[in-house]
Design a protein around this ligand. Sequence first.
Ligand SMILES: CC(C)(COP(=O)(O)OP(=O)(O)OC[C@H]1O[C@@H](n2cnc3c(N)ncnc32)[C@H](O)[C@@H]1OP(=O)(O)O)[C@@H](O)C(=O)NCCC(=O)NCCS
Length: 184
Amino acid sequence: MELLTFLESNESSTDISDKMSLIVRKALENDIPEILEINNYEILNSTVNYDYEPKSLEFQLDWFHQKSSAGLPIIVAEKDGKVIGFATFGPFRPKPSYQFTIEHSVYIHPDFRGAGVGKRLMEKLISIAKNKGFHLMVGGIDANNLNSLEFHKKLGFQEVGKFLEVGRKFDQWLDLIFVQLPLG
Ligand SMILES: CC(C)(COP(=O)(O)OP(=O)(O)OC[C@H]1O[C@@H](n2cnc3c(N)ncnc32)[C@H](O)[C@@H]1OP(=O)(O)O)[C@@H](O)C(=O)NCCC(=O)NCCS
């Protein structure tokens, strides 16, 4: 099985939460400006994302096309026609022995946090990963990001390692915690 060319059409199906009319679905090219806005907010305002400079629309479109052509999932949460969060995964590291391991990311618009949106996205992403036969999902979380550490713990992720002063942003050293979730 070619593990990294896997997103099948049945995984773009729509899934609706009665609670808040939330749709979780495969991302479309039209969603990229809203994904970009969510991404750039974190780049500019937090140490959640270790980039320094905001991304361009061209960059984010290229990211979308490259991931899509590699069969890597990008899913979005939509509420009232607006994209309020996204999640994705890709290879953890390039060497072949890592082929059963993926690294994910999940971002929710700051106005929509704490309402179960991240959880819905991650449940879908984990289900896609399991269906495709991946063995382990890994996440790298800035040690200051207590929200994300708690969020991942609630989803069953376990902390497995911490790099000390591995990053630097906003004139401070950053520690990075790795978490992992067995997929089957
Ligand atoms: C981390 C993040 C994805 C969580 O998404 P969210 O939609 O706010 O989280 P949810 O409402 O789905 O919460 C799911 C669970 O995590 C827990 N949780 C979420 N945020 C929390 C917080 N700030 N403090 C404590 N627990 C929290 C909730 O209690 C909830 O538990 P429950 O299912 O028992 O009720 C979101 O805060 C975010 O996008 N943050 C900025 C980007 C980021 O940090 N991404 C991750 C990079 S590693």
